[in-house]
Design a protein around this ligand. Structure first.
Ligand code: 23J
Ligand code: MN
Length: 263
């Protein structure tokens, strides 16, 4: 049974640094890379801000801004209502994610070497099984985070757009089916979408969005610092803004990890 002692120990471990807090969040700015969909589809808005005052006649002692941003710009959370397959599910919007689900364990699948060798690398169900053979079964209710090291790329190589669209790694349908079979909480990536850049060519098109959201699962995109996380044992805090009926939201995503000790 949990006792108050667990939280006392937890709080002192965070304070002392024996539990480390890793920031998984990109800086959100006018320079944040954007998903670009082909014509004639609508586009997500870049981050922009409008100054209200800066210690001046508009506000002598205070500085503040308004800002504009897409629900799916920068490090963000995808709710099931984002995709047509999740549109009729209960509690499918960001404001209705149960708060208990905003804190969850993470399995980190490192396929960065494969992604370096092939920008169109597709994670499959066989890759998920191979990872489990080494690290153990993925627990129900976990985030599955796909480490591609994409967040280490410069902005041009990050979006990796060519005439035929973006070339970035992602899962195929078999990988997402494996995760749904394990009843994961959702799937998180370093790239702009939970789907690969060429995922419109897969069957079904956009398998991560189509299958995950149809199963009531969540997505996380544009994560950073996954290379600082252990394969298992991290706890992720990923909390979207509580936008009424929102399909997604920029957020601050954090991971808690136990620092290695000598014992
Ligand atoms: C809309 C349409 C296609 C995609 C996306 C959004 C995303 O990646 C997203 O941010 O959810 S692939
Ligand atoms: Mn999204």
């Amino acid at each position: 049974m949990p006792s108050t002692q667990i939280l006392v120990e937890f709080a002192s471990a965070v304070t002392s640094g024996s539990i480390k807090v890793v920031d998984l969040t990109q800086v959100l700015s006018e320079d944040t890379p954007l998903l670009v969909l082909p014509d004639p589809f609508g586009q997500t808005a870049a981050f922009s801000r409008q100054e209200i005052s800066r210690y001046d006649e508009r506000g002598v002692a205070w500085h503040w801004n308004n800002f504009t941003v897409g629900e799916h710009t920068g490090t963000h959370f995808d709710a099931p209502v984002h995709w047509v397959t999740g549109k009729d599910l209960d509690d499918n919007t960001v404001d209705r994610v149960p708060p208990q689900r905003l804190v969850a364990p993470a399995a980190v699948l490192d396929f960065s070497a494969e992604c370096a060798a092939d920008p169109d690398f597709l994670l499959t169900g066989a890759h998920v099984e191979a990872w489990e053979a080494e690290h153990g079964a993925i627990a129900a209710g976990s985030w599955v985070l796909f480490r591609s090291d994409w967040s280490k790329r410069d902005p041009h190589a990050y979006t990796n757009r060519r005439a035929d669209g973006a070339h970035t790694p992602g899962p195929d349908a078999s990988a997402i089916e494996a995760l749904i079979a394990r009843d994961v909480l959702g799937f998180g990536v370093e790239t702009i979408g939970t789907d690969a850049g060429q995922a419109h060519l897969l069957d079904p098109a956009y398998p991560a969005h189509t299958l995950l959201h149809g199963a009531g699962k969540y997505g996380l995109q544009c994560l950073e610092n996954l290379d600082q996380l252990p394969a298992t044992g991290a706890v992720v805090i990923a909390a979207p803004l509580k936008i009424r009926d929102g399909s997604g939201s920029p957020m601050r995503a954090l991971a808690l990890i136990a620092e290695a000790t000598d014992d």
